[in-house]
Write a protein that binds this ligand. Structure first.
Ligand code: 5RP
Length: 215
């Protein structure tokens, strides 16, 4: 599995062009991308990072990390996913970095998603859907998610996001209308963001393998 992640992460470097500021996601697949990016770091202007974890790895390689407020729109965002359907819609947030990931995806012209083959599904929802929530709204949001979707929200106990919030993982969903569900969950007061990337899906998916599959 980690070999497939490495192959996907390394392939994503093909999309990096000279002078770019690159949006960088979070996770073990992205760690391989960061390591590969380090080899061409002199060709890029810098990066925008989606988490403290990725910032640490980027800086360890001597790659500059910039503030999204000072860069303007980005040409490229590279990130992993927990699930990916045939329309390139994703579940993300297994690493609890979903909110900053969503912000950078929105700011980017091209979103290249790097996954191993196990992440491919026909219908999203086998992986519990992460929802980032303001701490005081945790129980309210959990009750509303149960009532509106029938899914079972489980508090990711002990996890605090980089934004100081908590995560609910919603189990037993079969997500046949990802765009509708994303919009509906976004309306619940206290929800910061939903780990469904359906309204803004990936543009290109790289599935790690020998050779990688790109679609
Ligand atoms: C972090 C994410 C990750 O992209 C997702 O969890 C995949 O991680 P990995 O590459 O380690 O399998 O969304 O919030």
């Amino acid at each position: 599995m980690s070999e497939a992640k490495r192959l996907a992460g390394e392939k994503a470097v093909d999309y990096v062009e000279d002078g770019m500021i690159v949006g960088v996601g979070t996770g073990s697949t992205v760690a391989f991308f960061i390591d590969a990016l380090a080899k061409i770091k002199d060709r890029i202007r810098g990066t925008v990072s989606s988490s403290e974890q990725s910032t640490k790895r980027l800086q360890m390689h001597g790659i500059e990390v910039l503030d999204l407020n000072s860069t303007g729109p980005l040409s490229l965002y590279v990130d992993g996913a927990d699930e990916c359907d045939p329309h390139k819609r994703l579940i993300k947030g297994g690493g609890a970095a979903l909110t900053r990931e969503k912000i950078i995806a929105e700011a980017s012209e091209k979103f290249v998603c790097i996954i191993d083959p196990a992440k491919r599904v026909d219908v999203l929802g086998r992986f519990p859907l992460p929802v980032e929530v303001i701490p005081m709204a945790r129980s309210l949001v959990a009750r509303q998610i149960l009532a509106k979707t029938g899914g079972q929200p489980v508090w990711r106990d002990g996890v605090v996001t980089d934004n100081g919030n908590v995560v609910l993982d919603v189990h037993n969903l079969s997500i046949t209308d990802p765009v509708g569900l994303e919009a509906m969950l976004n309306q619940i007061p206290g929800v910061v963001s939903v780990g469904l990337f359906a309204r803004r899906p990936a543009d290109i998916v790289i599935v790690g393998g020998e050779p990688p599959v790109v679609y």
